[in-house]
Every structure is written in C-alpha cells, then in structure tokens.
Design a protein around this ligand. Sequence first.
Ligand code: ADP
Length: 475
Amino acid sequence: MEKYNMPYHLLIDGKLVDGASSLDVINPATGQVFETCARASEKQLEEAVVAAKRAFPAWAALSHPQRRTYLLKLAEAIEARHSEFATLLTREQGKPLPHAAGEVSYAIGALRHFADIDLPVQTRRDTADGRVLEQRTPLGVVGAITPWNFPVALLLIKIAPGLITGNTMVVKPAPTTPLTTALLGEIACDILPPGVLNVIIDANDLGGKITAHPDIAKVTFTGSSATGKHVMASAADTVKRLTLELGGNDAAIILDDVDIKDVAHKVFTAGMLNSGQICLAAKRIYAPRAIYDEICDELGQLAQQAVVNDGLLDGTEIGPVQNKQQYEKVLGFIKTAREQGTVVAGGEALPQDGYFIKPTIIRDIADDAPLVREEQFGPVIPVLAYDTIEDVIERVNNSDFGLGGTIWTKNVDRGLDIALRIQSGTVWVNKHLDIPYDTPYGGAKQSGFGCESGIEGLKEFTQLKIINIATNATA
Ligand code: ADP
C-alpha cells in the first residue's frame, strides 16, 4: 500500500493521489472541521481529462457485458462498505443515519439497474426501399458536477448511465461534501481500468474549467439555477451536451377532501426531508381556505414535535443544514418572512453548535414574498390559502421554476385533472419523491433541461446516429 499524506484522495488515471493542496471538511452537526481531503489544482484536473480521453477508446470498445461486469463489481464493493459510506455521508452532509443508509442503497441500486441496460443498434425502418438504423454511440469524456444535498445518490445516478454507455468520466463533488466521492474513487481505483473514472475535488474553483474544457463532450450538472446558468454560458463555446438539473419551487396542493392529519404529516415530510434541501421538496403548501387553519395548526404541531439533532444520534428526524452559507441564507429567509407573515412554529436557529434550524412553518404570507417566490432550500415552509382550483393552478404555475409538485386528495381523478395542468417535469398525486430507476425526472422552465434516470436519462449519455441504407441501389 502506498503512503498518502491525506486520508481522502483524488483519483487520476487509476491512481489515488494527494491534492496540490488540501481542503478542510466541516461536520454540519458541530460546525467543526473533522476531516481533511485532497484538493486538486488546475494541472491535476488537466491530467484527469487527459487520462479520461486516453482511456475512452478502449472502454468504448468493450462489449456491454464486459462493462456490465465492471459496474456490478463496483456495486458489490460499495455494498461491502455500506455502513462506512452511510456514516461518512451523515458526518459530511448532516442527514440522519437511516436516510444516509437509504441513499447509499439507492446509489448501489442505480449501478445495478443501469448495468443491465444495453442500447443495441435498432432498426427504425426496413422496407423494399431501404433500411434506417439507429445507433447510440458514447460521447467521449463526460464531466459530472454534483451538489451537497445528495452527494452519493446524485453521483451514482450519473456514473452508472455514463459508464455503461461507454463514456469515461471526470467527476467533481461539491466542496462541502467531497469525502463520499473520494471514498468511491478509492473503491473504483481497484476495479475500473485507469482513466475510466477520475475524481477531482475543488474549492468551487474548477467547475467552470470542466464546463469550458474542449476535451469534455458533455457535462451533467445538478445544482442551483444560478450556477446552472453559468454552466450553460461556459459550455457554449464547445457546443457541449448538457443535462441541467437545477432548482425548484415545488408546490404541494391540498384539496378539500383530505384526511387533514394524514396529509399534513405527508406534506410536512415532503417539505422537511433532508432539512428541506431537496430540489424536489415541497417548498410552498397551498390549502383550501375552509381547512387552512387546521392544516397550519397540524403542520405547526409536527414542526414542534420533530426531533432535530445530530444525524448520527438515534431518533434524529431532521439534521442540520449542510453548510454555513446555506444556514445563513435560510435564516435570512426566515427573518424576512417573520416580517411578512405569521410564524406558526420554529422561526429561529437552535441554540447549539452546528447549523441547526428549527423546522419553521409560516402562514398568512403574500405570494410575492421571497419565501414563496424563491427557492429556500431549508427547513422553512410557507402555507398559503386558496379559494378555487383555477386560482391555485394559476398561482402555482406563476413561477420561473418547474421541477416537480404534489397533489393531495381522496379523489384520484380530481388529482389527475389538476396534475395535467401543472407546468413541471414531475407531478406526484398522493405520494412524493418516488423516482424509480426506470422513470425519468427533469425540469421545466428554469429548473433545467434534459433528464436523469429512465431510458431517456441513459440516452442523454449517447450520440444519436442514423444510418440510412438504400438496399436496392448499388454504388
Ligand atoms: P450552491 O450554490 O447551493 O452551493 P451550486 O449550484 O453552486 O450550489 O453547486 C453545485 C456544484 O456546482 C458544486 O459542485 C459546485 O462546486 C459547482 N460549481 C460552482 N460554480 C460552478 C461553475 N461556475 N461552473 C460549474 N460548476 C460550478
């Protein structure tokens, strides 16, 4: 075993290497540095791209069963270290340990699901005049840029389809949650051929270099809409393929026929899971005026009862906000919302170390308040009253975002009628965050474009090529 100066490394060209410098990683439950990892220089990013480019022809030339075997080995090796992954995820990200374990399982499942899918040449037309074939070829080097809310799930949902289709990759986590990605690199180092997967860790300074790099064919990005716009601009020069999974401001629409206690509980979870740090979280709740008070009271009680603590401790339901910058941003939303609405529950930080915020419910707040219009990405939810279905649909659609949304009703037909009129990439009726691997998800409007998961998400890692043959004519 070679000796490394830092416990968490970059993976470049099949070797685990120290960074040109280092990066301190903070546990959001304490606010203290708990680990140090390698931080790449621009030169190291360049080495990673060169290695991925060099590895591409041989990896692309493998058969589907050969690449499948590699991916299944990777899944098995991650599974063998499942609890280490989950604990590390909680320590760097903050989420409760059972949720971290669920995230790791989801990521392993993604590897196994996509490993099984081949995209062979398809015949689109076969007539007396000729044949039209569709081939799906890999793109080359793919850059994957991931955020800090689901560092493991969102990484593997990119790596699995990216590699199985024959691309090689350079992946870069968010600087505040780099360790699980580094651990994946350590595992992949022993399994994948050199250069097929490279891990680069930065301090928010190399993302732009990836998106502008002439030898990177595609970038798959998950992050905020603001950063997504930079990605799009910097990818223009090289006409890079892009998948952009950006922000959301998803509405939860409660109809007047629901069991209030039951639905309040489900909507609360939809808003507060992962401390509200989910692109697809319920970020504004609309309730009929007739049951508005009751819904607000129920949500307020749930907020007061929720156990907010270090994710490593048994019984924790809501962990800290992931990083200081986001913590301050969410407290800023709360401060403004206090002046513009009524606090039903929460409304402040917890008086302890770490980035803990009490789950907060705000009512009687106007549609144009920042907490309603913008993406708060934290444990604070506005609840708004509506009078008619037309009124609520119009207010929900009046947004620059269009990622997801939920509708809650005893009458599925009513739910479906409304779902058909919501402008977003996904609408759930009576459920939330159900994203099976065979079902794509992606954004409408400024929530991004392209999609992940499903056969559609897989195809985004390929070039569509048509071969059109005249069968009767000879050249
Ligand atoms: P947040 O604003 O919540 O921190 P971001 O959307 O900025 O989230 O971050 C998501 C990912 O995008 C991270 O890996 C981050 O390092 C990366 N990133 C930040 N700036 C850029 C950029 N200009 N180009 C590409 N990626 C970037």
